[in-house]
Design a binder for this molecule. Structure first.
Ligand code: ZN
Length: 324
């Protein structure tokens, strides 16, 4: 028995009993320790944007090795590992998270991307089951906007081979849709992705419209080309009663690496140089215009501001600003 336990026993038997006696309390019978419950995370978050309501839902997360080489893809591993540690992150383990955004304009309900679906269960694919927590149903989704064709964004379009959102029409980026449909220059790593796109997304074309910069999805929501992460990747600008927000999807994929080192290449970017240029342009716009952003892979609830710091950027999580 250790000295610490001995001291504790002494304290319990002597001081404890004495205190109980002083207070006139009987010593309580032994109670079972509360069981460990495991990690618990907030997964549904809603805020106001003018007359709109914006709900973010955590579809899930995936843990893997990283952040190098996906982040700082053109940097030595040691440089990225040291940078992670300097930012209080583990050097060789990484967690990616996936946040879907739903905007209720008061007239229509617009969902941005559909999560992973069943492919990476059980830690992902929670979007549809969490809709009820948000007070919504799949039937209430009027428009599904797909920012780009990667699996973590299109994986939830179908459930048991039927549309998950049965009353929705769809909006795809025009360039993005054509790229995946045509299938030219698909890399080996994206072959399975292309197969799924052809199987699940292409048949939805008859219920879809195709966006370019300035295309209006519904009043208050406009498309903005942000190519690079994928060939036709789109961001969306939302505005209600003068309050603005940018849904930047995968322009930045890591809250530290992509913002503080935007010129570092991202392994998942289709065109790495275009990815850098788009990242710098969008970050500069959001920081200069001081508008909040939602990033699909930012830490939940995935809404924040971008601050310019020493020629670079920093993610500043939003708190109560939106609701005042
Ligand atoms: Zn993504």
């Amino acid at each position: 028995m250790s000295i610490t336990v001995d001291r504790r026993s002494v304290l319990l038997s002597a001081a404890g009993v004495a205190a109980a006696g002083t207070l006139g309390l009987e010593p309580s019978p032994a109670r079972a320790a509360a069981p460990m419950q495991g990690v618990l995370r907030p997964s549904v978050y809603r805020f106001k944007l003018g007359g709109f309501e914006v709900t973010n839902i955590l579809d899930g997360f995936v843990q893997s090795n990283g952040p190098h080489p996906n982040y700082g893809n053109n940097q030595p591993a040691e440089t990225v590992q040291a940078y992670a540690v300097a930012n209080r992150l583990p050097s060789t383990r990484f967690e990616n998270s996936f946040t879907n955004t739903i905007v209720n304009t008061g007239k229509e309900v617009v969902l941005f991307d559909t999560g992973n679906g069943p492919a990476r269960a059980p830690t992902t694919g929670k979007l549809t089951s969490l809709l009820a927590t948000a007070g919504l149903s799949p039937e209430q989704i009027d428009v599904v906007v797909i920012t780009h064709g990667h699996l973590d964004h299109i994986g939830g379009l179908l459930q048991d081979d039927k549309p998950t959102f049965p009353n929705a029409r769809y909006v795809f980026g025009e360039v993005e849709f054509d790229y995946w449909k045509k299938g030219d220059n698909i890399t080996e790593a994206r072959k399975a992705n292309r197969d799924q796109f052809v199987k699940t997304v292409v048949p939805l074309a008859e219920k879809a419209s195709f966006a370019k910069t300035a295309t209006e999805v519904v009043p208050g929501i406009r498309a903005l080309e942000a190519f690079g992460h994928s060939p036709g990747h789109m961001a969306y600008h939302i505005e209600s009663e003068g309050r603005r927000l940018l849904v930047w999807a995968d322009v930045c994929n890591h809250s530290v690496m992509s913002l503080q080192q935007p010129e570092w290449h991202t392994g998942a970017d289709h065109d790495k140089h275009m990815g850098v240029a788009t990242r710098q342009r969008v970050l500069d716009m959001v920081a200069t215009e001081q508008i909040p952003a939602i990033g699909y892979h930012m830490p939940f609830p995935a809404v924040g501001y971008v601050e310019k710091v020493n020629g670079s950027f920093r993610w500043v999580a939003a708190t109560y600003q939106m609701n005042l």
